[in-house]
Design a protein around this ligand. Structure first.
Ligand code: GTP
Ligand code: MG
Length: 676
């Protein structure tokens, strides 16, 4: 069970009355589990690194720099904004000066933790970021403390998964002890190198001409690249391939419950940990969330009963090492969802079958006010990430009596929308299920009401039926960094993320951008296991040596030493405007998202309006852009980010513009105006 501090009481108990009784039979004999766990794992009981409540943490620190994105006042020692992870400008500048490139990635950052209009949500994030500062400034911690401070390791080691809130963490042990089973991260690019698959911007996005397919011939430097023999997939040694699977959908649709239940059924959560979750959830009056707690491990998430950051967990199906990316469904955390789901090869869209809930996911939650629910928004976004295979899990079927009529209604309504997003019917599979009642998850349903009309695949079989996107190892290594973990004592540092192209092995030299520091790969970990080689598509922790750890940052990119990616602060984009109420004008301020980086940005030029079918310019320099229009625009960022033209690298070429808490536009990079 992830270890958390600062549990609070009585938040939202909507579901509790219904489900509390479900968990009454478990033994309670695990209060001492923490101690036992420490002993079992030979860990020290030092609790000094437990997070302090926000008030205490902030009260003692002078405020000295203001975030360029969320305007939060940060303490001087923080290298990144405590709220939204944007980098402190002076820190970035010092990196720039160090490498002499003139880059400024003040705004390059991990995916957003910004919570607009929700100041009450800040404590966990601030506390998390305090740890980052602590890492940088020398407070030691044991692996166990790391688990506590990151809300992960105890679970990681006990249930074979690691939760790592996206932040930098310090360890006093070598990375051999570091595990990465379930990590809690704000990730940020999706990165499917699906060669030959249909392209993917939402709704009208199919008609938005995205430009050329990525091709190594587009880049002279890529042409010079010759992959080594060791990079080839070794079928004998490596039986299963990794499949990055995003779990997305409207708030409360049951994503975390479904993920937790799958992990439990597939033996990734021990009975003991499950009992602990159940007991603690019940004590907090949230018995129905016990499976969700396997994923929602921070105190605030548990109090509020919502997921706030993406959790990464692992299980094996018959065919794949599945990397589960359990996304937040709440509207305020769409940036986090983006950062996680951008790594997806395929997605499970979880839909709540209950009357009113499905409708809220489609049309927003304010009765009488038109809007877009996150069922729609998430479906649009994952499609725009290049994901073209979708499983729609119609969850909570128990709550509607396993009604075929309701299922058919949902399938018809949502099916039309998914088609409009560009999902082909043949690439979408539909599975009616109940995560709570374990119907249709890893084996066929047993409930007579459901089996009377559904004899199709269970969820696990539907996962096995997904096709693995092709992996591009013919290009140089590109691994956008979503997490950074540091060891204080060993001076080691690990970068976590998904390899987009290329491969890396123990002993390889790599270059970090920004900073252009050369590092050596000391070791590689996947799901707690050391591995010698990681290839495109693999989600791993790469432990590096020989670099200044402070130079390794989320939002940066690990590259082949001879093929570092470019950076730019002014980019030309081809965008599709989504359902925005306010038109996009020259001067409009937006949040710019690209892989795991985020920057405050401004629209500086609207070059031309595009015909959505032909992609040809129909009007030059229009004054504004409204919903469903596509256009070429230029954006100026507060600082440079790692980027590539989409035609050269999809993962570093997909962008999202957000404004006022909504995704305003999706698009691709067509040109780096000021590449460095
Ligand atoms: P966010 O991450 O905050 O968007 O929520 P979520 O989609 O992860 O939902 P979560 O798993 O936290 O579950 C929300 C509520 O739905 C909990 O009370 C669950 O017990 C309940 N729930 C989940 N699955 C089922 C189900 O199959 N049937 C019923 N009746 N309730 C369910
Ligand atoms: Mg959740």
């Amino acid at each position: 069970m992830p270890r958390k501090v600062g549990y609070a009481h009585g938040y939202d108990d909507d579901y509790d009355d219904n489900y509390d009784d479900d968990y009454g039979n478990y033994d309670d004999d695990y209060d001492d589990s923490e101690d036992a766990y420490r002993q079992n794992h030979d860990l020290k009981g030092n609790t000094s690194s437990q997070k302090l409540p926000l008030a205490r943490e902030t009260a003692r620190k002078p405020i000295v720099w203001s975030c360029s994105i969320c305007t939060f006042d940060n303490e001087d020692s923080a290298l990144v904004c405590e709220i939204c992870c944007v980098y402190k400008e002076s820190f970035v500048k010092s990196g720039k000066e160090a490498n002499g490139t003139g880059n400024n990635i003040a705004a390059a950052s991990v995916a957003s933790r910004t919570v607009k209009g929700q100041p009450e949500k800040l404590p966990v994030k601030v506390a998390d970021k305090e740890l980052i500062s602590a890492d940088s400034y020398g407070k030691a911690s044991t692996p166990y403390e790391r688990g506590k401070t990151t809300n992960s390791a105890s679970t990681a080691q006990k249930v074979d998964k690691v939760v790592m809130v996206q932040k930098e963490i310090k360890l006093s042990e070598p990375f051999d002890t570091v595990s990465s089973h379930l990590k809690k991260v704000n990730l940020s690019d999706t990165s499917v190198t699906t060669k030959g698959s249909s392209e993917s911007l939402p709704s009208c996005s199919r008609e938005l001409n995205l430009g050329d397919r990525p091709s190594s011939s587009n880049s002279v430097s890529d042409e010079q690249y010759k992959p080594d023999k060791w990079m080839q997939f070794d079928e004998e040694k490596e039986a299963l391939s990794q499949l990055n699977l995003a779990i997305v959908g409207h708030v409360d649709s049951g994503k975390s419950t479904l993920s937790g239940r799958l992990l439990h059924l597939l033996g990734r959560i021990s009975k003991r940990d499950m009992h602990k979750n159940e007991k603690e959830a019940k004590e907090k009056g949230k018995g129905s969330f016990s499976y969700a707690w396997a994923m929602d491990e921070s105190a605030e998430e548990r109090e509020r009963g919502i997921t706030m950051t993406v959790a990464v967990a692992y299980f094996d199906s018959n065919k794949y090492h599945v990397v589960v990316l359990d996304s937040p469904g709440h509207k305020d955390f769409v940036p986090n969802m983006i950062s996680g789901a951008t790594q997806a090869d395929a997605a499970i869209l979880v839909v709540d079958a209950c009357t009113g809930s499905f409708e809220a996911g489609m049309d927003g939650q304010v009765p009488g006010i038109a809007g877009v629910g996150q069922t729609k928004e998430h479906a649009q976004l994952v499609r725009s990430f290049g994901v073209d295979q979708l499983i729609v899990a119609v969850n909570k079927m128990d709550a509607v009596g396993y009604s075929k009529q309701r299922y058919d209604f949902i399938k018809a309504q949502l099916g039309v929308f998914l088609r409009s997003c560009g999902f082909r019917d043949s690439s979408v599979s539909w599975v009616p299920l109940s995560a709570i009642e374990n119907q249709n998850l890893i084996e066929p349903a047993t409930d007579a009401c459901l089996t009377s009309w559904y004899q199709g695949k269970c969820l696990l079989d539907a996962i096995d039926a997904l096709q693995l996107p092709s992996r591009d190892i013919s290009k140089p290594l590109i691994m956008p960094i979503c997490d950074v973990i540091r060891t204080q004592s060993m001076g080691q540092v690990a970068a976590c993320g998904k390899l987009e192209t290329g491969a890396v092995k123990t002993g390889s030299k790599v270059i970090l951008v920004p900073g252009c520091e050369i590092a050596t790969v000391r070791s590689i970990e996947h799901d707690m296991n050391a591995c010698d080689v990681a290839r495109a598509g693999d989600n791993v922790a790469v432990i590096l040596q020989g670099i200044n750890p402070s130079k390794l940052i989320p939002g940066g990119v690990i590259c082949h030493p001879e093929f570092p990616v470019l950076m730019a602060s002014r980019l030309e984009l081809k965008i599709l405007v989504l359902d925005v109420a306010v038109p996009i004008l020259i001067g409009s301020q937006v949040e710019f998202h690209i892989h795991h980086a985020k920057a405050a940005a401004r629209i500086v030029k609207i070059v031309s309006l595009l015909d959505q079918k032909t992609g040809k310019a129909t009007k030059s320099a229009p004054r504004f852009l409204k919903a469903k229009q596509s256009a070429i625009v230029e954006v100026s960022l507060d600082g440079a980010v790692c980027a590539q033209e989409f035609s050269k690298c999809r993962a570093l070429g997909r962008v999202f513009l957000r404004a006022s808490g909504n995704t305003a536009a999706v698009g691709v990079v067509t040109r780096l105006v000021d590449p460095v």
